[in-house]
Design a protein around this ligand. Structure first.
Ligand code: NHW
Length: 423
């Protein structure tokens, strides 16, 4: 299935006024779109809202406030095209995603009904540094834009976007990264979702995986069967004191790619471990509230050679008599020393790395299956095209478009698109 046909710029009444790349724009050089401003050029007070609404800064250190955001997203956030599934971000996930190191409370923006204080819209930003090829750009990552279903199509989204832009600009930050399933002007990169069944029977019962013609249910279950124990010696849950080696490994691996975040060790520890392994939160792999799992491969002499991680994202199953929840593991950061010393174009590099990733991700699938996940999701990014097909991932209906705000850049391709394996 193709992405919906792009509209022309004229159709985007809001986006055509913003500093984003136009669909037909020819890019001659990479860099900011808008002329340089300073925080003093930016208004001090929020954009006016209709009088029945008011802005609120959401204090996520308060569990009641997280619960309010959870409730808004639970009923109103992203659904698939035929409204069978809706993302269901658990409160602990929101804590992890939004209270990252150096987060700014005023970038967690709510809109409330003035009289009742009911939360009806939300948008968030967190600070990130992005590397686009050789340039590192201080940016915001914008996510969780959500408007209550009853307030849709009233042009509230542009106001939320302008307000978060104002607050980010006030900090002297002029660029942002965001992703969306829909096509807006203009993606810098597009990835396709791939899904690997772990519990085919349940996926079939909720309507996610239809029975292909000529197959039986038993054959489908057999197709996706996995061993119960992992195969790589030295594979274990990451510990906080692994961060030095994991950091060096991931930086070296990500340096091959054109678009990547630039973390410091504290940020990386947050993204891979959240607060696991601290005194207050033990490192229990099976903790039912855990949001991120990171594993490393440690060789006999104590060297970490590989990293693999995934996070949990349950979806509500809408109107199904048998199941109300589908739990997906989403592939997250990974890295391997295999092939790193060779130039990336070297044919042996690809073969070695492919063989390693096949084993590493087969083990990741086993871990996720044993933790009770129903499906393992991945995008066509990093080196994924080397192993997705062989590990029985299937192409999904969804795409994820990556956007840069106020930065024009040449298109960024997938890891191994030239293999012709994508799409
Ligand atoms: S993508 C997930 C977005 N959320 C959902 O899909 C949840 C369910 N849907 C809703 O809540 C991940 C509403 O439908 C939303 C739109 C709120 C989506 N991104 O108010 P109106 C993110 O969170 C444009 C950007 O009438 P609505 C990333 C649309 O094209 N723009 O619509 C967020 C139109 O503009 P146009 C989107 O349905 C990134 C206008 O909104 C969009 O009631 C944000 C219509 O507004 C989307 N996902 O509410 C950008 N969906 O030009 C950050 C629709 O076409 C930019 N629109 O007339 C960077 C800012 C920071 C810069 C710092 C330097």
């Amino acid at each position: 299935q193709e992405q919906p046909q792009k509209k022309s710029m004229a159709d985007y009444k809001f986006w055509r006024t913003q500093p984003v790349t136009k669909f037909d724009e020819k890019i001659d050089d990479e860099g900011p779109i808008d002329s340089c401003k300073t925080p003093d050029d930016i208004p001090d007070s929020p954009y006016p809202l209709l009088k029945e609404f008011e802005w609120d800064t959401m204090d996520l250190s308060n569990s009641d406030v997280i619960k309010e955001i959870f409730d808004l997203l639970y009923a109103n956030y992203v659904e698939d095209s035929d409204s069978t599934f809706r993302f269901n971000y658990p409160p602990r996930f929101l804590d992890w995603a939004l209270r990252a190191p150096d987060f700014r409370p005023d970038w967690h923006i709510g809109v409330r009904v003035a009289g009742t204080r009911k939360l009806v819209a939300f948008i968030s930003g967190i600070p990130v540094r992005l590397r686009v090829r050789n340039t590192t750009i201080p940016s915001a990552e914008i996510n969780f834009l959500c408007i209550h279903k009853k307030l849709r199509s009233k042009r509230l989204a542009p106001l939320l976007i302008k307000e978060v832009t104002r607050r980010v600009n006030k900090q002297g930050i002029w660029q942002a990264l965001y992703t969306a399933g829909i096509v807006l002007p203009k993606p810098v990169s597009t990835c396709r979702y791939y899904h690997r069944s772990l519990n085919w029977t349940k996926l079939n019962e909720v309507g996610f995986s239809p029975l292909p013609p000529g197959m039986t249910k038993a054959k489908m279950v057999a197709k996706y069967k996995l061993p119960s124990i992992t195969s790589i010696p030295g594979l274990r849950l990451m510990r906080r004191d692994d961060i030095g080696q994991v950091y060096d490994l991931l930086v070296a691996y990500l340096s091959k790619f054109e678009l990547a975040p630039v973390f410091d060790k504290e940020e990386l520890l947050h993204w891979l471990m959240h607060d696991y392994g601290t005194e207050s939160v033990l490192n229990d792999e099976t903790d039912k509230d855990r949001v991120v799992w990171a594993y490393v491969v440690e060789s006999a002499d104590g060297v970490i050679t590989d990293l693999v991680s995934f996070y949990t994202l349950p979806s509500t199953v809408i109107g199904n008599p048998m199941h109300d929840n589908l739990v997906a593991a989403y592939q997250f950061y990974y890295a391997s020393t295999t092939g790193l010393a060779l130039p990336r174009t070297h044919p042996e590099c690809t073969t070695l790395l492919k063989n390693r990733l096949l084993v590493l991700f087969n083990d990741a699938l086993i871990l996720a299956k044993n933790l009770g996940f129903d499906v393992f999701n991945a995008l066509t990014l990093l080196d994924n095209p080397l192993f997705l097909d062989e590990l029985k991932f299937g192409a999904g209906d969804g795409y994820l478009n990556y956007y840069l705000f106020n930065y024009k850049a040449f298109p960024i391709g997938g890891g191994y698109r030239e293999d012709g394996k994508l799409d």
